[in-house]
Design a protein around this ligand. Sequence first.
Ligand code: NAI
Length: 462
Amino acid sequence: MDKFDAIVIGSGPGGYVCAIKLAQLGVNVACVEGNASLGGTCLNVGCIPSKALLNASHNYHNSIENFSKMGIEVERPSVNWSKMLSYKDAMIKDNTKGIEYLFKKNKITLINGWASFVDNNTISVNGKNFEADHFVIASGSEATSLNNIKFDEQVIVSSTGALELKKIPEKMIVIGAGVIGLEMGSIYSRLGTEITILEFYDKVLNGMDHDISKNFKSILQKQGFKFHLSSSVSNIAKEKKGVKVTYEERNSNNSYELYADVVLVATGRKPFTENLKLENIGVMINPKGQIETDKNWRTTTKNIFAIGDVTPGPMLAHKAEEEGIAVAEIIAGQAGHVNFEVIPSVVYTDPEVASVGKTENELKEEGIDIKVGKFSFMGNGRAKTVFSNSGFVKVIADSNNDRILGAHIIGPAAGDLIHEICVAMEFGASTEDLARTCHAHPTFSEAVREAALACGVGAIHS
Ligand code: NAI
């Protein structure tokens, strides 16, 4: 029987990062993966393929909308869909192969197959047993369906099917104005699909700062998105051609029907624990199907840890990575720590949306005396040169000590800009610290500094 110090189950961003960190810390580690390629949802059917298609569709759209404004005359470009999908697949392969290389470099044993627990020191994979002192469950999540309606991944699709459509649909209904719905909707909207979003809440990106939700919805409307908010989808039925979606308006209870070629169900994800036989190790699972852990990611069975989407908290690749590193450190006898107050969240649309820390409403509800500094990208020279000046940076700080408590950005490169605030928050910085830091001109980052200045006597360019 093969024996390791630690076995990580799952090779997504939580699992593979944990395995690499364990190996770097001198732990004899194996990683089990049931899928043919490494990288989990993020690399195979999530972050990476969607970003490839977002990039391709953005460039296509940009060439139509903005090239001639800059004096670049081209014939109207057209989309070669199968080539675009091949480009996406190449990006997946490149990244998943990268993990294979890192596993070899760090001498991590890869076990191919689905793991199930025999007892708390043994797993079985393809009928063969493997032993370890510690296990890390990083088995991820899967898309939830609506009212048990099955995804056929052709007409009724999850994000996985939406990345593989046979052709660009004329009409697509997207259920859920969350991250997946708006990112996938953006891809197809730019490629010419008519997008109709149905959302249960009265806003998009529910949970994000209210100014972001409001501004983002109006930007998306200008891009051609149609919205039915405060609407609850009750049924999806396949038609001879396409699909029929029935929804109820929550305020009136009136029922409506919509037709489209494809419906994307983006109503959330649930933990994936199939095959694991958790009942054999007595690990506690909550009613949402998540594996419960203590603050050190130990499950109720002490030598077994759980991280990432299979546990409570935001389902974000980088949150899983942070937990993977912390758990590796704990297994290696060090102190592992994650600051959950500073986990950024990014929506990779155009413009991008990014957020870290608390929202204005959350802080007000907590009774904290806050000040808010806002700066519009209209006043940012660099944003104007790239036709991307709708949006703003909003920095929120404690009125009493000026400490930064959160930031919410909608605009160009928001997903990169947010990290300046993350670092500032990790160091307990004040808005004055940020405002007194010299920012290169002309950069999008100047908008962050201006928002920090707006927390004081005022921004310069507004
Ligand atoms: P989500 O939880 O972000 O949004 C789902 C939306 O569907 C909610 O607004 C909800 O109100 C709505 N909804 C649910 N049932 C409905 C119904 N019957 N009728 C109408 N609307 C309904 O979930 P999403 O977008 O599927 O994403 C899943 C997870 O993946 C999230 O945790 C997300 O953070 C993560 N993710 C993150 C990405 C990123 O960080 N860029 C990219 C993709 C996914």
